[in-house]
Design a protein around this ligand. Structure first.
Ligand SMILES: Cc1cc2nc3c(=O)[nH]c(=O)nc-3n(C[C@H](O)[C@H](O)[C@H](O)COP(=O)(O)O)c2cc1C
Length: 221
């Protein structure tokens, strides 16, 4: 696949086949992503690859925290406290599209809750990646991480794999760090589900549109 096709073909996959991903393939993806740019080539990222028992342990811990209504405690505010337009509407549309694909109606809070919990199961993906940034680094390093994460997702797409970046996996970073024996010098930025897509599932059969270039670009001569 050429680069532009890969960029357009990446999408957030929320149902995976029960098929393992070879370690060599994960290494190949990370080998490509390590060439991501970063300010002064600081490469402020580190990655935990979780599979099997460890992945299950994280799933259990996150579900337990949610069920016990433990207040989430992410290392950073991902979303605004108060949503403003146009982001408010886009967020709503995103949720509506997802629940429609899952066949969950507005008056089914239980269904929504169950769907949300699927986040903690990495949507059934056999591999989870957790990406950390060193605490000592500045805001700019988070930009580096974003590029690194996108490169992971593009490399995976190129390999016929699918991904879903997940803020939901960083709601309880202390639990994740504890299970992985990682010190709190590392801030947890994002989790990523990785695996072979189950393309038969309706949840994988819709795509969200984007604003046109003219709607977000101004040209100056
Ligand atoms: C940093 C980040 C965090 C995200 N967190 C979640 C998440 O927790 N759960 C989820 O289902 N999707 C999550 N998404 C996926 C977005 O909803 C998705 O990228 C967006 O709706 C556009 O759809 P697409 O990725 O299929 O093009 C996240 C995306 C990003 C970039």
């Amino acid at each position: 696949m050429d680069t532009l096709t890969v960029m357009k073909n990446r999408w957030s996959c929320r149902a995976y086949l029960d098929k393992p991903v070879d370690q060599e393939q994960i290494e190949k993806i990370l080998e490509s992503a390590r060439w991501s740019p970063s300010g002064v080539n600081a490469q402020p990222w580190s990655v935990a690859v979780v599979t099997g028992k460890t992945q299950q342990q994280i799933t259990d811990a996150l579900i337990q925290a949610r069920e016990e209504q433990v207040p989430d405690n992410p290392d950073y505010d991902f979303y605004p406290a108060k949503w403003q337009e146009p982001y408010k509407s886009r967020r709503l549309d995103t949720g509506l599209s997802l629940y429609k694909a899952l066949g969950i109606t507005k008056d089914d809070p239980d269904g929504r809750m169950k769907a949300w919990y699927n986040n903690y199961r990495f949507f059934g993906a056999p591999v989870g990646l957790f990406v950390f940034v060193d605490k000592t680094m500045g805001k700019g390093s988070w930009l580096d991480i974003g590029m690194f994460v996108q490169n992971i997702m593009l490399a995976a797409t190129d390999q016929g794999l699918a991904t879903c970046p997940q803020a939901s996996l960083v709601e309880y970073p202390d639990r994740v760090r504890e299970i992985l024996s990682i010190s709190d010098d590392k801030q947890l930025v994002v989790g990523i589900a990785l695996g072979y897509p189950d393309v038969e599932q309706p949840v994988n059969n819709y795509r969200l549109d984007r604003e046109s270039v003219e709607n977000f670009t101004n040209w100056y001569d």
